[in-house]
Design a protein around this ligand. Structure first.
Ligand SMILES: [Zn+2]
Length: 433
């Protein structure tokens, strides 16, 4: 087997631009050599890479951009068909739109078809790593993991756990859940791109017994992640205070069961208090920002700058189905707008970082994903806007490649993604080939 060279405009981050480093690298006549095992062998000027690998196969993408695969750190599989459902705020939307949609996943054949389409949709949007809330039903989760493994996408997922405050068919006690979870953890152990995440939906859905189970699963399976929601709306926070009156704050509900660690990802964190942020920084957990979801449900404006000042790792997620798009790339444009409303102006480097290297660091995957450093998995997508007359004309008026990247971050979307590669192999293509 030979190496493969992909040629085009290559763009990625070598470090953290929020730390003041100038780490954006754009090579306009660039190339990426990928070894037969699917890992990056070399990145550089096209001619130099071709000289270094004279026997390789060349895939010439012309002027299209090659960008590291996007990392979607928060979305819900059983809400695949629940996007754009009406709801007056989080709790009303959950009851009237989401729970009925999630109940459909009890039907295994329905869930299997949805799993295939869900994974395909992520890949066509350039997402090569996704952290996903699974279904409440074992067979649906099995279908999700199997579809992910077939496609090659990197999936972190787990069974969504609830034992109160939802329709009975979506509830399971700690005792009823444990066997299914252990089986799914066992499945992930044998698949290098699948990871299990213990997934209590949020504090209001979980009794102390269920949260206790989550803590014990993390202790017995330390390779697992934990994902849940926090501080999304004021109404929710007030309800959590009533449900757990003995806890200092929302974070402390999870923390008191041992759920806050460096492998914990907390979605939203809009109304997080100073003491909670201190504790987040101390435990080195991660927060995931989901801008279209926060706007759609009227939840609020995510205080990115306050999190970053504390050194809290931040990723970006679509939060399908409260989010209204599957494209993390488009979420970056919304991230920009939400921060503009708070006098925090993000540049192209910082935006790209959040969904690539920053997302990888947030999920502890920086040795495998996030940029084109040699040795990492060759996960990337090809952004080709030439057929879009307006976008091509707009970009031709940019002064340099950094300006072009900024415009692409605001104007491009999944329709401009020609193909997506995972571990060196094409996993999705606009032409369906
Ligand atoms: Zn969510």
């Amino acid at each position: 087997m030979t190496d493969t060279i992909h040629a085009g405009t290559v763009a990625h981050l070598r470090g953290d631009p929020f730390a003041g480093e100038n780490t954006l690298e754009i090579i306009e006549r660039g190339a990426l050599a990928i070894d037969p095992s699917g890992r990056v062998a070399l990145l550089g000027e096209r001619d130099a890479v071709l000289d270094a690998f004279p026997e390789s196969e060349l895939v010439d993408h012309g002027d299209a951009w090659l960008i590291p695969g996007l990392i979607d750190a928060h979305l819900h599989f059983p809400q695949f068909y629940a996007t754009a459902g009406f709801g007056n705020g989080l709790l009303d939307w959950l009851e009237n739109t989401v729970y009925p949609a999630e109940a459909r996943f009890a039907d295994e054949s329905f869930a299997r078809a949805a799993a295939e389409q869900f994974i395909e949709r992520l890949l066509t949007c350039g997402t090569t790593t996704a952290m996903v809330f699974g279904s409440q039903f074992y067979d649906a989760n099995l279908a999700l993991f199997e579809a992910a493994e077939r496609s090659g996408i990197r999936l972190i997922a787990g069974m969504t756990l609830m034992d109160r405050n939802a329709p009975p068919m979506l509830l399971q006690t700690a005792e009823q859940s444990v066997d299914s979870i252990e089986k799914l953890i066992g499945l992930c152990r044998h698949a290098p791109r699948l990871h299990y995440a213990v997934t209590p939906r949020f504090a209001l859905s979980c009794s102390p017994e269920l949260l206790e189970l989550c803590g014990s699963l993390l202790r017995s399976h330390p390779e697992s992640y934990l994902q849940t929601h926090i501080n999304e709306t004021r109404e929710e926070i007030a309800a959590v205070r009533t449900a757990f009156p003995q806890r200092r704050d929302y974070l402390d509900v999870y923390d008191s069961f041992g759920l806050i660690t460096e492998r914990t990802v907390l979605a939203h964190s809009i109304y997080t208090t100073e003491p909670e942020m201190d504790r987040m920084a101390e435990t080195d957990c991660t927060v995931c920002h989901c801008p279209t979801s926060n706007s759609y449900l009227g939840s609020g404006l995510f205080p990115l700058r306050r999190h970053l000042r504390r050194g809290i790792r931040v990723a970006v997620g679509t939060d399908i189905g409260a989010g209204t798009q599957f494209s993390v790339w488009r979420e970056l444009s919304e991230t920009y707008k939400v921060q503009q409303l708070q006098d925090f102006c993000l540049n192209a480097d910082q935006l790209l970082y959040l969904a690539t290297l920053g997302g990888a660091k947030a999920l502890g995957l920086e040795s495998e994903a996030g940029n084109f450093e040699p040795g990492k998995s060759a996960d990337f997508f090809v952004l080709d806007y030439e057929e879009d007359q307006y976008l091509a004309a707009r970009l031709s008026r940019c002064e340099n490649a950094v300006e072009q990247l900024f415009s692409l971050l605001q104007l491009a979307d999944e329709r401009h993604i020609a193909s997506t590669y995972v571990h060196g192999h094409m996993a999705a293509s606009r032409n369906g080939s």
